[in-house]
Structure formats: C-alpha cells, structure tokens
Write a new protein. Structure first.
Length: 308
C-alpha cells in the first residue's frame, strides 16, 4: 500500500470519527457541556501524553512551553480549540447539529479569508466568487429563518483562528495539541472538582458531577478523550502524506456526515431555507476545491520542472 493511499485512508477514518461524533455527544446530552468539555480535555491529554511518552518526545512539550512566544501562541490556540469544542458540544445538546455542520462547511472559506488578512495569501477570481456564494448562503439562512446562524459562524471563526495560530507554530501537530490540552488541564481539573464536590452549576443551569456516579456515563466521559485524540492522530498521519488540497477536499466528509446524522439519526428538521442555502455552500466548496487542487498541480509541476 502506497503512502498516499495510507494517508487517504487515515484522513477518511478521522473524518468518520468527527462526522459521527454528534451521535456520541447526543448520548450524553444530559451531562452539562462544560463537564463534557473538561473530561474531553483531561482524557485526551492522557492519551496524547502516553503516545509522546512512548515515542520519548514528552520533553518537547516542556521545551515548547518554556519559550515565552510559544507559550503565548499555545495559550491562544488552546483557548480557541476549547471554545470550538464547547460550541460543538453545546450545539448538539441544543439540537442544532445541522447548524454546527454548516460551521465546518464554512471553515475552509473562513480559513482562506483569515489567511488573506493575516498572511496576505492571494485568492483567485473563482475563489472570490466562491466566497460571494457563501455570503449569499448565510444571508439566505439569516433572512429566511429570521436569525443569523451564529453557531455556524462561531464554530468556523474559532476553528479558523485556531488554524492561524497553528500556522505560526513550528512544533508538530501532536506535540502542539498535547501542549494545548496541557495548558487547559488545570482549568478542566478545577471544573471537575467544582461540579463533583461543590455542586457548582455551569452556564447550562444544570447540576453536574456525573463521573463515578454511573458506570455508563463514566465510560462515555472517558471515551470523549478517545474520540478527540484518535482522529487528531490520524489527521497528523495524513498531513504528512497528502497535499493540502487533497486534505481540504477529504475534510468535507466531516460536515457531510454531521449533516446526515443530524437529519437521519437525530431527527433535526431541514427547512426550505436550508434547502436553498446548503446547495450554495456545496457548490462554493466544490468551486473553491477545484481551484485549490489545480493550483497545487501547477505548483507541483513547476517544482518538478525546476529540479530537472
């Protein structure tokens, strides 16, 4: 099996875990979102730490965090990914998985816009047209439903800003994400102690402290770390073997599965306005991906020519 095929299979596997994860989070919707987020942070750190210890690379985290600039970048990226994780969990608990999937459809285009702002990355004319189609889709939803899809915009923006910071870090993806959850660990542990022993109630207005009270809930909360760490490890494996355009195209499987799960498994309703807006988004992403893949091929061809 070639490295390219291994990368494609790893990326598809990661997207299947991400895409089907709404079923998992819906199963523990009775657990307040901050408690789920805290367990997700704690147990994913355990898994990442074990992986790095097995590879003899755990010291790289301490080295990374010892530099002031890196610590600031890691702290900001940790904030962005925790906000993104929380928003996704809460959206599913609110029955807004369709809107959450829209956020991850918007992400590639949001990331391009942020790349333009922060890194002066240029967009082709057709990519600008794809952006315009996306804005039109959001306007259709906003006017038709008489409400701005804030969850989708929140998820796309937080994940986009997370990507901006990750681009500025020289550390590998597993090391950097382990450093992020390491920074979040004291907050996650503090919240678990607060809900378990002091009956603190979070923003959802529900009592927590489910861990160790029920075996099934406890196993689910531990598993939150597994379904967080596993796709990120697979994603890291894929990025070393595939071009960015291929990764971007395969990543669309994630929100597509989320959308399908929302409609078929969770019973969320698709309105007339969704039926208008989502095809526009899909068309915009198809156009954007086509341009990105063509640009990648031209760059690869130019690179081969220069080495002859």
């Amino acid at each position: 099996m070639s490295d390219t095929l291994k990368g494609i299979l790893a990326m598809i596997a990661a997207c299947f875990v991400w895409g089907l994860s709404p079923i998992f989070y819906k199963a523990i919707a009775h657990v307040p979102p901050l408690e789920v987020l805290s367990h997700r942070t704690i147990w994913s750190f355990v898994i990442f730490a074990l992986v790095l210890l097995g590879q003899g690379r755990f010291r790289q985290i301490l080295t990374l965090l010892s530099e002031r600039r890196n610590f600031a970048l890691i702290a900001f990226s940790a904030l962005m990914i925790s906000l993104n994780w929380f928003g996704f969990i809460f959206a599913i608990q609110l029955g807004r998985t369709v809107e959450a999937s829209l956020g991850y459809y918007l992400f590639p285009l949001t990331a391009s816009l942020l790349g333009l702002i922060f890194f002066r990355e240029k967009l082709a004319a057709l990519q600008w047209f794809a952006m315009a189609m996306t804005v039109a889709a959001v306007l259709i939803l906003s006017l038709g439903l008489k409400a701005t899809p804030l969850i989708a915009i929140y998820l796309a923006t937080s994940f986009g800003l997370y990507g901006v910071v990750k681009k500025a870090l020289s550390a590998g993806p597993i090391v950097s994400v382990t450093a992020e959850v390491f920074v979040l660990l004291p907050f996650a542990l503090s919240w678990i102690i607060a809900v378990q022993f002091f009956d603190v109630i979070g923003i959802a207005g529900r009592a927590g402290g489910f861990f160790a009270e029920d075996l099934v809930d406890s196993l689910f909360l531990i598993s939150a770390g597994i379904i967080t760490a596993t796709p990120l490890i697979l994603f890291s494996y894929a990025t070393k073997r595939l071009g960015l355009a291929t990764i971007g195209l395969l990543q669309l499987l994630n929100p597509s599965l989320q959308f399908t799960v929302a409609v078929l498994a969770l019973g969320e309703v698709i309105t007339f306005w969704h039926a208008l807006a989502f095809p526009l988004i899909w068309a915009a992403l198809a156009l954007y991906s086509f341009v990105a893949m063509r640009r990648d091929r031209l760059l690869a061809s130019a690179s081969r020519s220069s080495t002859v």
